[in-house]
Structures are given as structure tokens and as C-alpha cells.
Design a protein around this ligand. Structure first.
Ligand SMILES: Cc1cc2nc3c(=O)[nH]c(=O)nc-3n(C[C@H](O)[C@H](O)[C@H](O)COP(=O)(O)OP(=O)(O)OC[C@H]3O[C@@H](n4cnc5c(N)ncnc54)[C@H](O)[C@@H]3O)c2cc1C
Length: 385
């Protein structure tokens, strides 16, 4: 089979690799470079933690994703998973319950009390009295390295065609073909539209109305040399602060410390650039000045805004079936990077007619079925591949 991809982010790249492994041909078109530094997937890091308090299915899926990333590192002979650990701040009884879920899912974690946290991570600024669950073998995926490794593997594979700087302008779900801005048409036996935050442009209004665009600000910091060793030994930390909404990614493998918070995420109408408006930069500086002891604005070395789509009703991802073997992973939500290997296996199976493995992730296991979900291509404009 020949599978055509619209988009070249982590979802399309990993799904294309899965299709190749199953003996199929892949053709992948992106509007920009492959990988594209403006894509949602493209950043220094993404966090992979398994604990999802109160949610056994997602916890088990995340444990599966952890193993799948390690397998992928071996397959691509590249290292991009820094297992520095992940700490989720939780009240003590919830931390114990979260540990039980992890144990049931075949993983393990430690419950840390407030005193242990304060003693081990004095530089991270936990709210007094907070406990946490610590997953020692979770950690950080070096996102830009993942994308480069996948794109390089595809570029050199005889059964893969990459088309950077070829924007897709329409999908014909009945014919399994995509139309490019230059008038050419890429035909396949199956199509995956994985265009990240730009997906709405390719979908019919009824479907795109279900998707909400978010914009999030991030700060990148160099820590003071005196604290560098402590920060280098710090796990990824989520649920920081009294409202649990802030998070940090430690400076692993030569990357900067990354800081952000749920309060720096807002709903927007359009995709803007990556440049951070000063109000949002100052908001995060003020937030972390109250969270991290000794934090100063001169730690800042960079800032960036990033966009993603989420489904209106769930605020999570959305997979929709547009036609026979024509799918769109239209919204990624806030955690599709860590699940990408599982998402890719499921999508590749659906695209190539194999039985999709159950992932435990509801949006993937029970996709929306939407005939007419793609913008129609006017027949007179069809080109040839
Ligand atoms: C601030 C932030 C932090 C996050 N942190 C985490 C985390 O810690 N852990 C986690 O698991 N997830 C995290 N996520 C979510 C994760 O990054 C995304 O779920 C994932 O990267 C989405 O990948 P994608 O392939 O769907 O989209 P993208 O990476 O955006 O890829 C889409 C691609 O499609 C291309 N494209 C778009 N339109 C067209 C077109 N018309 N024609 C051709 N090509 C097109 C684009 O150029 C782009 O390359 C975070 C997201 C954000 C915004």
C-alpha cells in the first residue's frame, strides 16, 4: 500500500515509520522543512511521566509509551530519552493511590513526603506540606532529536518520499488523495492528515468548529553555575505551586531549564508567531519568582510561544475518520508527544487495514466518524501525482 501524509510532525513521522516497518510505501508532504522548527512537536524537550492520578487506563498507556520510546531509540540507534525521573506534586493520600495505579500498570514509583521533598529539592520550591510521587525511570524526551532521527531514517529509506515545502491545500477523502498548493496531487491507498495546529484549514467547518486553538508561553533559562549540579539532578516536575498549575523541565543533555504554567496558556483565534508578547513573559517571570527560591529574570535566555489544538468537549486529542482509510489526527491536546509511539501504531494499523491495537486512550480507540469532514477538492482542479 501507498500511504500519503499531510504534515511532518511527530505523529506523521512515527506513523510513517510504522507503515514502512509493515512493508508499505509512504509519501509525506509538509508546508515547511521536515522537521519544521515551528511545529508543535519541535522543542528542546517534552515530558514523559506515567502517573495520571485517578486514571488507570491512561496510566497503563503511558507505561506502554515509556517502553515504546526505549524500543524506538534502539530501532533508530539514537539516544533521545533522558530518564531523569518525573515528580508529580500531590497531597499524600493521592500520591499513595497514584503509586498503586502505577504498580498495577507494571511500573513503580516512590511516595515522597513534604520533608523529603524539601530536603532533596530545596531549589525547586515546593509549597510547604506538599507531597509527591516520584517516577525514577520516567523523564524527558529530547523532542528536536526525535524528529531529526525519524526524518533522517525516512529520507534514506527506499520506500519513503519526503516533500518539504509542499503545502497541502485539500483532501479528497473518497479518492484517498491530497492536493498540493502547486497544483500537484499525491495519490495513495490511504491518507493521514496530521497537520497539528493548522489542521482546521484542511477540515470542513463542522469538524474544525470542534477544535479549539491554544497558545502557550514558555521560558528557557540558564541556571546560576553554583546551582547547576542540583538542577542537573532534578527530575521533570509537574503540578508546582499552590494551584498545581506550573511545571519545569530540568536542564538535561545541554538543554536550558524550561518553565511554564497552565496560567500562561490561552485560547486564541489564529496561529501567531513564536514571539512572546511581553505581558505573558512578565506573567511567567512573576509566577516563577514566587515558586523557585532565588529565581531571577537574568536567568532567562529565550522565550517561545507554541500552539496546539484540543477538542472542545474534552480538551484532549481528536482522531476522526474522514473516509475509507482516510484519517485525521486533528487535535493533539497537551500530551500526544509522549503517547506518539502508541498513536502511531494504532494509526498505521487503521490506515493499512490491519486490526488496530487497543491503546487505552479513548480518542484513539473510539475515533469520530465524519464523512464529509474534509474540505472538498473541486474536481476541475485535480492534478496528477
Ligand atoms: C507548550 C507545550 C508543551 C507540551 N508539552 C508536552 C509534554 O510535555 N508531553 C507531551 O506528551 N506532549 C506535550 N505537548 C503536546 C505535543 O507537543 C503535541 O501533542 C505534539 O507535538 C503534536 O504533534 P503533531 O504531529 O500532531 O503536530 P505538529 O508537530 O504541529 O506537526 C504538524 C506538521 O504539519 C505541518 N503542516 C501543517 N499544515 C500543513 C499543510 N497544509 N500542508 C503540509 N503540512 C502542513 C506543519 O508544518 C507541521 O510540521 C505540548 C504542547 C505544547 C504546545
Amino acid at each position: 500500500m501507498r500511504v500519503v501524509f499531510a504534515g511532518g510532525g511527530v505523529i506523521a513521522l512515527l506513523t510513517a515509520l510504522e507503515c514502512l516497518s509493515a512493508g508499505h510505501e509512504v509519501v509525506l508532504a509538509d508546508q515547511a522543512d521536515i522537521p519544521f522548527s515551528g511545529a508543535t512537536s519541535f522543542d528542546r524537550h517534552r515530558v514523559l511521566r506515567a502517573s495520571q492520578a485517578g486514571d488507570p487506563a491512561t496510566t497503563a498507556a503511558a507505561v506502554g509509551a515509556h517502553h515504546a520510546w526505549i524500543e524506538l531509540e534502539h530501532r533508530l540507534a539514537t539516544s533521545f530519552y533522558e530518564q531523569v525521573g518525573a515528580l508529580t506534586a500531590l497531597p499524600a493520600p493521592e500520591a499513595a493511590a497514584a503509586r498503586e495505579l502505577l504498580t498495577a500498570a507494571g511500573s513503580k514509583a516512590e511516595v515522597l513526603g513534604a520533608d523529603e521533598l524539601a530536603a532533596e529539592f530545596p531549589h525547586a520550591g515546593f509549597v510547604p506540606g506538599t507531597g509527591a510521587i516520584f517516577e525514577s525511570h520516567a523523564g524527558v524526551l529530547l523532542a528536536d532529536r526525535v524528529l531529526t532521527a525519524c526524518a533522517t531514517r525516512l529520507r534514506w529509506h527506499a520506500n519513503a518520499e519526503l516533500h518539504p515545502h509542499r503545502k497541502v491545500t485539500g483532501i479528497d477523502a473518497d479518492r484517498a488523495e491530497v492536493r498540493l498548493a502547486d497544483g500537484e496531487t499525491l495519490r495513495g491507498d490511504a491518507v493521514l492528515v496530521a497537520a497539528g495546529p493548522w489542521s482546521r484549514e484542511l477540515l470542513a467547518p463542522a469538524l474544525s468548529r470542534e477544535l479549539v486553538l491554544h497558545r502557550q508561553t514558555m521560558l528557557y533559562c540558564d541556571v546560576p553555575p553554583a546551582d547547576a549540579a542540583a538542577w542537573a539532578a532534578t527530575p521533570a516536575i509537574t503540578s508546582l505551586g499552590s494551584d498545581g498549575g506550573a511545571w519545569l523541565v530540568p536542564p538535561v543533555a545541554g538543554t536550558p531549564l524550561k518553565l511554564s504554567a497552565a496560567s500562561a496558556c490561552r485560547v486564541v483565534d489564529e496561529i501567531g508567531g513564536a514571539t512572546v508578547p511581553s505581558w505573558w513573559r512578565e506573567h511567567l517571570i512573576d509566577t516563577f519568582a514566587t515558586l523557585i527560591p532565588g529565581f531571577r529574570r537574568d536567568w532567562l535566555v529565550d522565550t517561545r510561544d507554541c500552539h496546539y489544538l484540543a477538542r472542545r468537549s474534552t480538551l484532549g486529542p481528536m482522531l476522526a475518520v474522514l473516509g475509507d482509510r482516510v484519517l485525521t489526527y486533528a487535535a493533539c491536546g497537551g500530551s500526544s508527544f509522549k503517547f506518539a509511539p502508541l498513536i502511531a501504531r494504532s494509526l498505521a494499523a487503521r490506515l493499512t487495514g490491519a486490526d488496530p491495537v487497543t491503546t487505552g486512550l479513548e480518542p484513539l480507540d473510539r475515533p469520530l466518524v465524519r464523512a464529509g469532514g474534509a474540505h472538498p477538492i473541486r474536481p476541475a482542479l485535480r492534478g496528477v501525482s
